[in-house]
Write a protein that binds this ligand. Structure first.
Ligand code: NAD
Length: 444
């Protein structure tokens, strides 16, 4: 989808106006292409906690060039700081000491990752200091600009060796539109990660189901999971049958047309999966609808249809697949929430309730899943699709500028986050909701 304002800011007159009027200046974000290195540059690794050595080992195994010290005049693509050594509020000055001298040595679209201990599992001063990291990373994400992203990764004791897939995602251009996020590794479920045999095809031999796969974000999720080696079963409504077939046949996948809100849909999906593949490794509940109206004007049909598609169907389908044992060991359940479900949105009480409910679904299942099965969600912000293209100009402009990147995200940005969760290396990533929103100014 074209962004006329972003194109204008790249012209000489546009550059002049941006500079003199202090207008938002969206930069072209780096996005990963097949065959490219994960990190095109060098990462500086600092800190004194328990994670420095495991992170260095992870970076080496991912072939990400890393150094412990900066060199005068050199530029860096990433900064990783292990803050688990900050045990009191006074220790937090280590953040200033590490970051301040390095921030002018960053290349465009740089990546910053701060690692800490899970606050809820700590006590006293250490808990306070680790919780403080959230304010630090979220603010730094709003400061650096030039397409940089900043993340906080809380790592539970015992999960030190389970960081590869998360570092690969957060340090690479795959996380182009993800910033200011906080994830917990090993805090719920297992603290271990399965080794990934082939980093280029982590999903080789796996089967992934994607609902709403005929267009938009779902289509990209299907394409990216296929790129990573999965066989994809795309599901969509009968009216979208030909578009769905076009997508799935172009990636050597399978298609199934049904309305996921039909009473028999969970059983039909389960039967199809059983007959065709025997079981599945990944299910992505992407299908979703909006039926906006202020609550004062909302009819019951608008309320019910949105809850049925966005929340009840993912819940029922997941439970049916789990009950029938069709989600294989180390399987992945991935929900698609929304910024509206976190921050709320005018005219979207029904939609925001359904998308906050998706977060509830993650919370309710994360602790009970067994055998390395995980459940996580993405919460997209403003993503350029046919849906957002149809918005009135003013709302679209506001929507796409009110984030740290000053631009809309692309469907592929959501798909890359889904692929990170889906990786067999992400077994310790459980119970998380990550926003793909360019660090939107609204919401937490
Ligand atoms: P889209 O409308 O382009 O695609 C949704 C797909 O779901 C369509 O192919 C549609 O046919 C399918 N679908 C709808 N109801 C269905 C049903 N009952 N059974 C089977 N399939 C059904 O939307 P999108 O923008 O690609 O959004 C994908 C997901 O991301 C949705 O869950 C949406 O709520 C969420 N999301 C999108 C944005 C955004 O900015 N585009 C932001 C936040 C969240």
């Amino acid at each position: 989808m074209s962004d006329a304002y972003q194109a204008f800011t790249a012209t000489p007159i546009g550059k002049l106006l941006v500079k003199n009027l202090g207008l938002p200046a969206p930069v072209k974000l780096d996005r990963w292409t097949e065959g490219a290195p994960l990190v095109d540059g060098t990462v500086v690794l600092g800190g004194t906690g328990r994670l420095v050595d495991p992170v260095r080992t992870a970076l080496d195994s991912l072939e990400i060039p890393n150094v412990a010290e900066t060199v005068e005049g050199q530029k860096y693509k990433g900064l990783v700081f292990d803050a688990t050594g900050c045990r009191t509020p006074a220790d937090l000055v280590a953040l200033q000491q590490f970051f301040t001298p390095k921030l002018r040595s960053l290349e465009p679209c740089a990546r910053v990752v701060v690692l800490g201990g899970v606050p809820e599992l700590l006590e006293g001063d250490e808990r306070i200091a680790q919780r403080a990291l959230e304010g630090f990373t979220r603010s730094l994400g709003k400061e650096i600009g030039k397409g940089a992203t900043v993340q906080l990764v809380y790592v539970a004791d015992g999960a030190e060796q389970a960081l590869d897939s998360t570092l690969a995602f957060y340090l690479s251009p795959k996380s182009a539109y993800v910033s200011g996020q906080v994830v917990r590794i090993g805090a719920t479920g297992t603290t271990k990660a399965k080794p990934v045999a082939d980093q280029d095809k982590p999903l080789d031999g796996k089967v992934a189901v994607v609902t709403g796969a005929s267009r938009g974000i779902g289509e990209q999720i299907a394409r990216v999971l296929h790129r990573d080696g999965a066989t994809v079963l795309g599901i969509d409504v009968p009216q979208a049958a030909s578009e769905l077939l076009e997508v799935t046949s172009s990636i050597g996948g399978e298609s199934l047309t049904l309305d996921i809100t039909n009473d028999d849909a969970p059983k039909r999906i389960a039967q199809h999966v059983k007959d065709t593949f025997g079981g599945i490794d990944v299910i992505v509940h992407n299908a979703g609808i909006t039926r906006d109206k202020k609550l004062a004007n909302m009819g019951e049909d608008r309320w019910e249809s949105v809850i049925a598609v966005n929340l009840e169907a993912p819940d029922k389908i997941t439970r049916e697949l789990l009950d029938q044992g069709l989600i294989k060991d180390n399987g992945r359940v991935i929900g698609v929430s929304s910024m509206a479900g976190i921050a709320g949105n005018l005219g979207q009480t029904n939609y925001a309730a359904s998308k906050a409910g998706v977060i509830g679904l993650i919370d309710s299942l994360a602790k009970s899943l067994k055998k390395g099965i995980t459940i996580n969600a993405v919460a997209p912000g403003f993503i350029a699709t046919k849906m957002t293209d149809a918005m009135p100009f003013a709302s679209r402009e506001v929507g796409q500028r009110m984030n740290a990147m000053s631009q809309a995200g692309q469907p592929v940005d959501v798909a890359e986050a889904v692929a990170w969760y889906a990786s067999p290396g992400s077994t310790a990533v459980n119970g998380n909701v990550v926003r793909v929103c360019g660090q939107m100014m609204l919401g937490a």
